[in-house]
Ligand binder design. Sequence first.
Ligand SMILES: [Zn+2]
Length: 203
Amino acid sequence: MTIYDTIKAAVSVPQAAAYYGMKIQRNNMTRCCFHDDHHPSMKLNDTYYYCFACLEHGDVIDLVAKLHRESHYAAVQRIARDFGIGPNSPAPAAAKPCLPSRNPDEDLCRSVLTDYEQLLKRWKHDYAPATPDDPVNERYVEACQMLPAITDMIDALFQADAELRARVARQVVQDGTIPRLKERLDRLRKEGSDGSESPCAAA
Ligand SMILES: [Zn+2]
């Protein structure tokens, strides 16, 4: 286990957020520190944070690195120092006995769905027809059709009670929806055809 893994297993996102001064409200929501947030838009999950407004997301190390504008390496050193974690720290399970157990299906769903949501938002913006006479791009159609459902699913995976979250996640992993989507996102990324390049670079 690397020190990165040890830290991610030992320190939850809400623990680090609270320690470094973020005010956590009901349902683990907080005001996002990465955009001008007037009401809490950021959800702090055990292993993951996600801002519904600016889409910032990541794990505990990402959060601390961004909060302090430092490298991941520096953030790891900081967390290790502040939370008393060393190479010989006790097993992480002992360090946070009160936190709910992790669900790998839920982690996978959140990560794949938030990636897909970001992609769709980009497509909806980048492929929108400029005039009513323009042909409609199929990526634009997909974005318009899929975004509301994907956003609802992400909401459910962050907000619903543990039993419902686990059931939803298990269902979409086992029926192949999430693995297929992940494969597609990976393929688009590899081909560089996910629309992430700037329009100039693509031309
Ligand atoms: Zn934000």
